[in-house]
Design a protein around this ligand. Structure first.
Ligand SMILES: Nc1ncnc2c1ncn2[C@@H]1O[C@H](COP(=O)(O)OP(=O)(O)OP(=O)(O)O)[C@@H](O)[C@H]1O
Ligand SMILES: [Mg+2]
Length: 405
C-alpha cells in the first residue's frame, strides 16, 4: 500500500454522516495531512462554513490563525504521536474562533475539545463540546461567592462601626457618671459644710443669747419674793428652746463628732439606737486616737446613721453588729442586722434616698458600698474606703488651718 493511500481516510458512509449530523457536539475528522474529512452540521452552523466548502480543504489553510495554538499541537500529537488530548475550557483562555455561538458573547463562551487519533493515526477525530453551561454555573457560583464575601465585608465594617459607636457611648456614659458623681460628692460636701457652719452659729450666737436670757430670767425670778407661775413657765420654755436648739445642732453636726472624733461619735450613736430599739448590740471599733480626716469621718458617721436608721425602720431585728476596721489600706465599715432582710421588691423600690446617699458619699471618697443579705439572715452594709494614716492626719491639719483662717 502506497503512503498516499495510507493517509487518505475513507469517505464515511451516509449512515455515519447522518449520525454525526444528529449529534449536539461538533465533529471534525481530519486526515494525516490535516485535510477535513468530516464536518458535521453542528460545526457547520457554528463556523458559518458549509460542509461542501470545508470537505477536502486543509484545516491549517482554512484557519491560519490557529497555527501555533494548543489546539494544533494537540492535533499533531494525535496524528504523529498517536495520543489523545483534552483541552479544558479555561475561564481566561480565548475561545476557538471558529466555534463562536451566534448571539453568545464570545468572552463568556467556553468549549472543551477532545482530539482522538483514528485508524492507526491515519487521521484524528476532533470533538467540540459546549462547556458554557458548566462555565455559567461556575461563574454564577463565583458571583454568589463574591456577593457573599462583599456582604460579609460590609457586615464586618458595620460591626466595627457599631463597636466604635458603642465604645464611644460607653465612654460618654462613664464620663457623665464620673461628672455626676463628682458633682454629687461636691454637693454633699457643701451641704455638710453649711450644716457645720449653721450648727456653729446656732451654738455661738443663738446659744449664747439664750443662755444670757435664761440667766436674766432666773435672776428676775430669784429677786422677786413670790415665784410666779409666769416666771416658772418662762424658764421652762427657755430650757425647752435650748434643748431644741441642741437637738437641731446635733442633727446638723454632732458635737461628739466635732469634739471627740468619729470613733466616739459612732459608739454613742450605736448605743443610743440600740437602747431605743432594744437591740443586742455588738460593736468593734478601732482606737479613738486613730487619725481620720474630717471628710472621711463625716462619711463614716453618715453611713452608720443611715444604715442604723434603716435597720430600725425596716429590719425588725433583735441583734445589730457594727465594726470599723483597717484592712490593707482600706477602712472597712460593716453594719449587720439579723432582721427580715431586703426583699427584691424592697431592693428595687424607688423613692428612698438613704441608700443612694450612702453610695454617693462612699464613692466620693473613692470607695465602694455593698448592700446585701447577711448570713444566716438580715441585711449587711459594707463600705470600703481607701485610707492612709499620714495623708489623713495631714488633711485634718490643713482643714483645721482653713477653719482657723
Ligand atoms: N436593714 C434593712 N432591712 C430591711 N430592709 C431594708 C433595710 N435597709 C433598707 N431596706 C429597704 O430598702 C429600701 C430603701 O432604703 P433607703 O434608705 O434607700 O430608703 P428609705 O429608708 O425608704 O427612705 P429614706 O432613707 O430616703 O428616708 C427601704 O425602703 C427598705 O425597704
Ligand atoms: Mg433610709
Amino acid at each position: 500500500m502506497s503512503r498516499a493511500a495510507e493517509t487518505v481516510l475513507p469517505t464515511p458512509p451516509d449512515v455515519l454522516r447522518h449520525t454525526f449530523d444528529a449529534m449536539s457536539v461538533g465533529v471534525i475528522v481530519l486526515g494525516r495531512d490535516l485535510r477535513i474529512n468530516v464536518w458535521n452540521r453542528w460545526v457547520e452552523s457554528r463556523s458559518g462554513i458549509a460542509e461542501s466548502e470545508a470537505i477536502g480543504r486543509g484545516l491549517d489553510a482554512l484557519f491560519p490563525d490557529l497555527a501555533n495554538s494548543y489546539f494544533m499541537s494537540a492535533v499533531h500529537g494525535a496524528l504523529n504521536g498517536g495520543y489523545p488530548s483534552v483541552l479544558a475550557p479555561s475561564l481566561h483562555a480565548p475561545v476557538f474562533p471558529f466555534f463562536a455561538v451566534p448571539g453568545v458573547d464570545t468572552e463568556r463562551m467556553r468549549q472543551q475539545i477532545h482530539v482522538v487519533p483514528l485508524g492507526g493515526a491515519s487521521g484524528c477525530l476532533v470533538q467540540v463540546i459546549d462547556a458554557n453551561a458548566a462555565w455559567q454555573r461556575e461563574s454564577t457560583l463565583k458571583r454568589k461567592h463574591l456577593l457573599l464575601e462583599e456582604s460579609l465585608e460590609l457586615q464586618e465594617r458595620l460591626l466595627q462601626q457599631l463597636e466604635g459607636n458603642k465604645a464611644e457611648l460607653q465612654r460618654q456614659v462613664r464620663e457623665r457618671t464620673a461628672q455626676l458623681e463628682e458633682l454629687a460628692g461636691h454637693v454633699q460636701d457643701l451641704s455638710e459644710h453649711e450644716r457645720a457652719q449653721l450648727a456653729r452659729e446656732l451654738h455661738d450666737e443663738l446659744g449664747a443669747l439664750m443662755t444670757a436670757i435664761r440667766i436674766d430670767v432666773a435672776r428676775l425670778n430669784s429677786q422677786s419674793e413670790t415665784t410666779t407661775e409666769r416666771h416658772q413657765r418662762a424658764l421652762k420654755n427657755i430650757d425647752q428652746a435650748i434643748q431644741i436648739k441642741r437637738r437641731i445642732m446635733e442633727g446638723m453636726r454632732p458635737t461628739l463628732l466635732n469634739n471627740f472624733g468619729v470613733v466616739v461619735a459612732i459608739r454613742e450613736l450605736a448605743r443610743e439606737k440600740a437602747a431605743v430599739n432594744t437591740w443586742r448590740f455588738g460593736i468593734d471599733l478601732p482606737d479613738e486616737e486613730m487619725p481620720i480626716s474630717e471628710q472621711l469621718s463625716i462619711t463614716l458617721y453618715r453611713v452608720c446613721q443611715e444604715a442604723l436608721t434603716n435597720a430600725a425602720k425596716y429590719a425588725e431585728a433583735t441583734e445589730v453588729r457594727l465594726s470599723l476596721r483597717l484592712e490593707n489600706d482600706f477602712l472597712v465599715l460593716e453594719i449587720m442586722d439579723n432582721g427580715v432582710g431586703m426583699s427584691p421588691v424592697r431592693e428595687g423600690r424607688r423613692g428612698g434616698h438613704g441608700i443612694s446617699g450612702m453610695q454617693h458619699r462612699v464613692l466620693a471618697r473613692g470607695g465602694t458600698l455593698e448592700i446585701g443579705p447577711a448570713s444566716p439572715q438580715g441585711t449587711r452594709v459594707v463600705a470600703r474606703i481607701p485610707y492612709q494614716a499620714r495623708s489623713e492626719s495631714a488633711r485634718d491639719r490643713s482643714l483645721r488651718e482653713d477653719e482657723a483662717n
